[in-house]
Design a protein around this ligand. Structure first.
Ligand SMILES: *[C@@H]1O[C@H](CO)[C@@H](O)[C@H](O)[C@H]1NC(C)=O
Ligand SMILES: *[C@@H]1O[C@H](CO)[C@@H](O)[C@H](O)[C@H]1NC(C)=O
Ligand SMILES: *[C@@H]1O[C@H](CO)[C@@H](O)[C@H](O)[C@H]1NC(C)=O
Ligand SMILES: *[C@@H]1O[C@H](CO)[C@@H](O)[C@H](O)[C@H]1NC(C)=O
Length: 367
């Protein structure tokens, strides 16, 4: 699943490219691509302004400055990669539930009746896969994360698209995550974390699924909670091989950039999000180290191959040989012997994904 996320100014659209190659036997197809527009909803969404994006502390090539301290937070000691630590996106706010308990609630709704019928089961199962790893919110489980359908009965009175917040349904909380399906694109995308900016902007949190796959929906839920892609950690090159030229669309984008007399094309297509987008290579934005415009945080436990937030090796692979040999895939584990191995499709949250939730959605003393 590619997915992604963020706000602010960058927009990249990742239209997704469904993989041409069928997945290897026994594997699910790669998930679609996250759509950076979304991710970047400043540009595309309801008027989200760049005040939301506080400070961009990335160096021009997307690396962190050497002495960057991630917003001054204590290192939460996680192996995750998140967009919350620096305070540019937030955990879902605390509320009091019907039992009077303080919980952090992800409010969601389906955009309309058809979409609810189509997605209700998938979405519930995806929530369940997190719930099974996390346990119910309680002092024992250590987290207070709750999900609730707050549609009245749907997000929109008349859904047209995410740019029409004026059609939001009266009585549905405006900060609810608007969930819908867009079949046939092979892509899934959604917003990252919670955005306080535009307190009143309905439709600013959303998730679009390309199919009914529960594992892909669970990956998107990771983004909704604030997790970024594990393979975009700043230290990822120690753990994985990223072969950018094995991504679909690389050669065409390279031709376009060379025709435009650009320099350092290979490097820039793979490392500069804006450059990749300019030449129609949006998929690269889902692989750059860091998220470009949004400050992210690498948890300290190191790279987590089991994270639900990492793409499988054959995601967006251009070379069919990737089906049999990880050396031909865009993403592969670095082998101890120098031979690379497949990154599998992790369909369930890992223990470090769960640790992230316990950190940011921590159970608090109750009234
Ligand atoms: C994403 O943004 C680009 C640039 O604004 C736009 O051309 C594209 O249609 C958008 N894609 C989607 C899926 O909204
Ligand atoms: C978005 O900004 C435009 C231009 O400033 C303004 O006309 C429009 O009313 C704004 N829309 C919302 C939903 O705030
Ligand atoms: C961090 O780096 C910046 C730029 O090099 C420098 O101005 C600043 O003093 C450094 N801060 C610390 C705490 O070292
Ligand atoms: C979701 O809603 C949109 C907008 O009405 C519609 O075009 C689409 O067909 C719906 N999808 C499903 C699977 O019902």
């Amino acid at each position: 699943m590619k997915l992604t996320i963020f706000i602010v100014a960058a927009a990249a659209a990742l239209l997704s490219v469904a993989m041409a190659a069928a997945p290897p036997p026994g594997q699910q197809t790669a998930t679609g691509t996250d759509n950076l527009n979304t991710t970047t909803s400043t540009v595309e969404g309801p008027n989200i302004t760049s005040s939301d994006a506080a400070s961009f502390i990335f160096l021009p090539d997307g690396r962190f400055p050497p002495n960057f301290t991630f917003g001054g937070m204590l290192d939460p000691n996680l192996g995750s990669h998140d967009a919350l630590s620096a305070g540019m996106r937030y955990a879902w706010p605390m509320i009091r539930d019907d039992c009077g308990r303080f919980v952090r609630r992800v409010k969601y709704c389906f955009v309309n009746e058809d979409n609810k019928t189509a997605l209700r089961h998938t979405f519930k199962e995806a929530i369940k896969s997190w719930r099974q790893e996390l346990g119910e919110p309680s002092a024992e489980s250590g987290h207070n994360l709750q999900f609730k359908d707050v549609g009245n009965p749907y997000c929109y009175a008349n859904w047209q698209n995410e740019r029409n917040p004026e059609n939001w349904q009266d009585g549905t909380d405006v900060d609810a995550l608007a969930v819908r399906i867009e079949r046939g694109t092979g892509s899934a995308y959604g917003t990252l974390g919670y955005q306080f900016a535009l307190e009143s902007a309905p439709g600013r949190h959303y998730m679009v699924l390309g199919d009914d796959h529960v594992g892909r929906a669970a990956h998107e839920i990771g983004h909704v909670l604030g997790l970024a892609h594990e393979h975009q950690r700043s230290d990822r090159d120690q753990y994985i091989e990223f072969r950018c030229n094995k991504l679909k669309g690389f050669s065409d984008a390279k031709k376009r950039a060379e025709q435009a007399a650009e320099f350092d094309v290979d490097y820039k297509l793979c490392n500069y999000q804006d450059f990749a987008i300019k030449y129609g290579f949006n998929i690269a934005t889902q692989y750059t180290r860091g998220l470009g415009y949004l400050t992210t945080h690498d948890g300290a436990d190191g790279f987590d191959y089991k994270s639900i937030m990492i793409y499988l090796s054959w995601e967006s692979a251009d070379d069919v040989r990737c089906r049999l040999n990880a050396e031909h895939c865009p993403l592969a584990k670095k082998g101890e012997t120098g031979i690379s191995a497949f990154v599998p499709f992790n369909e369930r949250p890992s223990s470090r994904d769960v640790a992230f939730v316990r950190q940011f959605y921590r159970w608090v003393p109750q009234p």
